[in-house]
Every structure is written in structure tokens, then in C-alpha cells.
Design a protein around this ligand. Structure first.
Ligand code: NAD
Length: 292
């Protein structure tokens, strides 16, 4: 198959991040030939892919995935649907590009890994911060210094009243604050420092998590919150790492990294389920501590 014969289908085209993926596919001069969303708000597709097919149901979507020999199904649906959407995509002969969090548990992640082998297809995940140049620099720095690191991490992204009514605020649908938003920094910390040995939480509620994570070679004091009170007179998100007296801002280079994720995937170098096992083990440890 030549590079340009790769085609895309997308689930969740009416949602916030679905649009970003559609624009990314267009910018990369690839083709979106099929989409589905039960909520009718995908008219913007006409400005990107006027010929794109639109399945009226999920069942139709997956039968077209098979019929049209889709190369990649992009999953931009609410978190609790990812497992079933990835599974159906693999069964119907497509690779998958799935938004974070790939699935809701390590058990599901391992099941997807088995299905990838069974159907000889791949499931790539969007954890764009791994491609942030500051994070890459930090990883090299940590490796070079070979010293114990003390880090402060603030990850504060205010969410307004709409959030309370959204699936994102429902533990069953999103996995809660740590799975839906914290997953970004848990993945990065795992990428930098490996396995969490111990975690202490000072605050653990629906909107804020505050505490300390202990890694073999690092101690991270962190604040994760969606509350406005932690932002100083502004609604601008703070995603900041303080390391050896230097401040690393992750926000500036946060939103433009989807294209980088796609480029890596198209080169066969994306983030695979096996690259996420430790992230999910760490998430489980944090979730267990939250439940205490
Ligand atoms: N990488 C990032 O920085 C980032 C940012 C935001 C969201 N996300 C992730 O992207 C995913 C979507 O989030 P969002 O903010 O776009 O949410 P959203 O609620 O705006 O969009 C989700 C869309 O999925 C649709 N949907 C629901 N059930 C469906 C089904 N069975 N088939 C097809 N479509 C269905 C909904 O109608 C909605 O349009 C989530 O997994 C979220 O965690 C990632």
C-alpha cells in the first residue's frame, strides 16, 4: 500500500477533539472517508472533506470500516466507549488512533494488546506531551545528571459549570479527574521516571488532587485541579514543572502536537499499548490511594 492510499474514519466527529483530528488529517493531506457521531453537529466536515461518508449508526459505521478497508479508525468518543470502539475497529480490519485515555484500566489495556496480536493491527494512542520539546529536553537532562530530582508540578485547567453536567465529570464515564485530565502528567512522569513507589495524598476530591509521588530517582510534589481558585485572576491553564530552579511550561506547546502524533504514527513509531503498561500501573496505584 502506498502512503497516500492510507485512509481514515472517525468516531466522535461532532465533539471538541474530533474537529482537531479532522483538521490534522486534512493538513497532512490524508483522506477522511467515513465519520459517525450520534449527535448531529458535524456540518463543518464539508469545509474539510465534502465527500466524506457519514454513517447513521455505529453498526453501519463498522460495517463500512470493513467494506471500505479503512486503514485507521480515529476514536474521539467519551472515554468509557474507547474499549469497545477500539475492539470493533481491530475486528473489522483497521488500525486505531485513540485519544487519551486509551482505555479505563490496565486490564482493558492488556486485552487490547492481545486483540492487536490476534488481528495483526495496531492501536496507537494520543499522549501528545511525550512529543513536547521541553519534556524531551528534560528527559535527556535527567539521564545526563543521574541525580535524584525534586520536582514541583502544577497542572491546573479550570473547567466551568458545563463540566458538572458533562460525561467528563462522571467517574463511570471518564474515570474521574486522574484518568481524564491527570492521565497526561501521569504518562509524562512515567515516561521520565518509571514506576511510582509510593504516593501520599493531602487532598483528594472530585476537583482537586494534591500530594507527593515518590519514584526511585525523583520526588514530585503535585497539584492537579480544575478549580478556579488555584489560578491567579485568569482562566488560563497552568501546566508547569519546576525542576532545578527552572520552570518548564507545558501549556504553550500543548495544543499543536496532534500533527506530531500523526506523523509518528504514519511512520510506524506511534505510542503503542505496550508503551503504556507502566503508565496504567501507576494510574492504578493512584486510583487505589484515592479510594482509601
Ligand atoms: N489529547 C487531548 O489533549 C484531549 C483533549 C480533549 C479531549 N480528549 C479526549 O478525546 C475524547 C473526546 O473528548 P471531547 O472533549 O472531544 O468530548 P466531547 O464530548 O466534546 O465529544 C465526544 C463526541 O463523541 C460523540 N459520541 C458519543 N457516543 C458515540 C458513539 N457511540 N459513536 C460515535 N460518537 C459518539 C458525542 O456525541 C460527542 O460529539 C475523550 O476521550 C477525551 O479524553 C483529549
Amino acid at each position: 500500500m502506498t502512503k497516500n492510499s492510507k485512509n481514515f474514519a472517525l468516531l466522535g466527529s461532532s465533539g471538541y477533539i474530533g474537529r482537531k483530528h479532522v483538521a490534522t488529517i486534512k493538513n497532512l493531506k490524508k483522506k477522511l472517508i467515513l465519520a459517525h457521531d450520534p449527535y448531529n453537529n458535524s456540518g463543518y466536515l464539508d469545509s474539510f472533506f465534502p465527500e466524506c461518508d457519514f454513517a447513521k449508526s455505529e453498526k453501519d459505521f463498522f460495517s463500512l470500516v470493513k467494506k471500505k478497508k479503512i486503514t485507521y479508525v480515529v476514536v474521539c468518543t467519551p472515554n468509557y466507549l474507547h474499549f469497545s470502539h477500539i475492539k470493533k475497529s481491530l475486528i473489522n480490519g483497521a488500525n486505531v488512533i485513540c485519544e487519551k485515555p486509551t482505555v479505563m484500566s490496565i486490564r482493558q489495556l492488556k486485552k487490547i494488546n492481545k486483540l492487536e496480536k490476534k488481528y495483526k493491527k495496531k492501536c496507537y494512542s494520543i499522549f501528545q506531551l511525550r512529543y513536547n520539546s521541553n519534556i524531551i529536553g528534560l528527559k535527556l537532562n535527567i539521564r545526563k545528571l543521574k541525580k535524584f530530582s525534586n520536582i514541583l508540578l502544577n497542572y491546573i485547567t479550570y473547567r466551568g459549570k458545563w463540566y458538572e453536567a458533562s460525561w467528563k465529570n462522571n467517574l463511570k464515564y471518564s474515570g474521574g479527574l486522574i484518568m481524564n485530565i491527570g492521565v497526561h502528567f501521569v504518562d509524562i512522569l512515567t515516561f521520565l521516571f518509571g514506576k511510582i513507589n509510593k504516593i501520599n495524598l493531602d487532598i483528594a476530591n472530585k476537583k482537586t488532587l494534591k500530594g507527593t509521588m515518590h519514584f526511585y530517582n525523583a520526588k514530585i510534589k503535585f497539584l492537579l485541579s480544575i478549580e478556579k481558585k488555584f489560578l491567579k485572576n485568569t482562566n488560563k491553564p497552568i501546566r508547569k514543572i519546576q525542576f532545578n530552579n527552572s520552570n518548564i511550561d507545558l501549556t504553550n506547546k500543548f495544543t499543536d502536537l496532534h500533527a506530531k502524533c500523526y506523523k509518528e504514527i504514519l511512520l510506524g513509531r506511534g505510542i503503542l499499548t505496550e508503551n503504556l503498561i507502566l503508565t496504567y500501573e501507576n494510574l492504578k496505584l493512584i486510583q487505589n490511594e484515592i479510594k482509601k
